[in-house]
Design a protein around this ligand. Structure first.
Ligand SMILES: Nc1nc2c(ncn2[C@@H]2O[C@H](COP(=O)(O)OP(=O)(O)OP(=O)(O)O)[C@@H](O)[C@H]2O)c(=O)[nH]1
Ligand SMILES: [Mg+2]
Length: 416
């Protein structure tokens, strides 16, 4: 049976770019990503917010009654709760209470498959829990599964602060090792001068679908939040014979928990070292302006907002009135409108990528001395070989390569 969730939408009564209905809708999708169902949504005033329970005490009683009537298992708050607030609410309502951050961390814990992903999620979960381990923090048993219980688990919840801190230090060290090996791979790519193009965007925008359409990757795509957690990079030969690497990574969301971004820094470094970003935006979502602003905020935090970027307006097949696409195209800078799913306008996107990279390739017909096998290897790695003939003294190569490599192959032409 599905876990029953009562959603407590906290209303600070301040004007926000994210209306409460949108917040509630997105939270419902997050709950569904945990295979649970929202049985009731309650707007809970918090003006002013209270230190003890965040929301008004009368509302706490109301939630408790409603939760009992509906047989709810968990109450999820749309705003972050302090340790003491969470504890008081659990006491007042009588069932488990978690907040949005815990919900997102839980989804990540369920989805993480790589060693790096698991380390990152555990780190974020422990860092979230550490300041909340005060007094009788485990008043309600967290046994028996359900949202908020995936990940480090019961025994770790009961260990004291010191042991959690030790574990955090260990996780950080392990992550450093993983990051180091990632850096080595990146260095190799840099030596080979293969441009890196990172796909970024709100979760569910269609990043993985686009990667699959652009390359022969088989990334899992799904209508739901946070399908991809681990980065995947794929080499691809552009129509102008320039080799590039496309990389797909975890999606963003508005108000993504800071600790989570911190913990995922290693994965997100792919974005920081990219030569070009493809910001994939679901333009069929009426809310696309907010979605873009939220992604930009995370990019800013990563120091990647100023990178060369193409805004890829995706899912245009879902828009009946093509005038809307025209309007959106004018709204943002450097845009292309595509359908990653139907393959529409992908050629246009590739052209734009080539323009942005500005690296044009040239055809070469050269004889490379026998003692310069290193150059032949570079042609193999970076360019496309049309023909190769091994002579007695030299190797006759016909290939298409970057300007830079062409200059190295025939230095007398000085084509650098
Ligand atoms: N109609 C339509 N649906 C699309 C298009 N591109 C992606 N989708 C659908 O949107 C959903 C999400 O696609 P994904 O590629 O998994 O999205 P993502 O950005 O990788 O999502 P996360 O990994 O969760 O961040 C899937 O159901 C896709 O089939 C498109 O161009 N048109
Ligand atoms: Mg994905």
């Amino acid at each position: 049976m599905k876990e029953k969730v009562l959603l407590a939408v906290v209303d600070f009564k301040v004007k926000s770019t994210w209306p409460l209905e949108d917040v509630a809708h997105e939270m419902t999708e997050l709950v569904e990503a945990c295979q649970a169902e929202v049985v009731e949504t309650m707007i809970c005033p918090a003006h002013p917010p209270t230190a003890a329970t965040l929301i008004n005490s009368g509302k706490v009683v109301e939630i408790a009654e409603r939760a009992r009537e509906l047989g709810a298992d968990t109450v999820i708050f749309t705003e972050e709760l302090k340790g003491v607030q969470q504890r008081n609410l659990e006491e007042g309502i009588g069932i488990r209470v978690i907040d949005r951050t815990q919900l997102i961390l839980d989804i990540f814990a369920r989805r993480a498959t790589s060693q790096e992903g698991k380390l990152q999620v555990e780190l974020a979960q422990l860092e979230y829990r550490l300041p909340r381990l005060v007094g009788n923090y485990d008043a309600l048993s967290r046994q028996g599964g359900g949202i908020g219980t995936s990940g480090p688990g019961e025994t770790k919840l009961e260990v004291d602060r010191r042991r959690i801190s030790t574990r955090i230090d260990k996780l950080k060290k392990d992550l450093e090792d993983v990051t180091r090996s990632r850096m080595t791979k990146r260095k190799q790519r840099e030596i080979q001068h293969i441009p890196l193009i990172s796909l970024v965007g709100y979760t569910n925008a269609g990043k993985s679908t686009l990667l699959n359409t652009l390359t022969d990757a088989h990334q899992v795509t799904k209508d739901g939040l946070f399908t991809t957690l681990d980065s995947l990079a794929r080499q691809h030969m552009m129509p102008d014979n320039q080799k590039v690497v496309f990389s797909d990574t975890v999606g963003f969301m508005h108000d993504l928990p800071h600790k989570l971004i911190e913990a995922f820094k290693a994965t997100l470094e792919e974005i920081q070292s990219a030569d070009l970003l493809l910001h994939v935006l679901d333009v069929s979502d009426v809310n696309h302006k907010n979605l873009k602003a939220s992604v930009d905020a995370v990019l800013e935090e990563l120091g990647a907002l100023k990178k060369p970027t193409i805004v890829v307006l995706n899912k245009i097949d879902k828009i009946e009135d093509r005038k809307m696409v025209e309007i959106a195209l004018k709204k943002y800078e450097n845009t292309v409108a595509v359908s990653a799913k139907e393959g529409e306008s992908i050629g246009l996107l590739l052209q734009k990528i080539e323009q942005e990279l500005g690296v044009r390739v040239v055809a070469v017909d050269v004889k490379i001395p026998m003692n310069r096998m290193d150059l032949v290897n570079m042609v193999h790695k970076q360019g496309r070989i049309e023909s190769i003939k091994y002579g007695a003294k030299s190797i006759h190569v016909k290939a298409t390569v970057s300007h830079r490599l062409a200059g190295m192959l025939s230095p007398e032409k000085g084509d650098v």
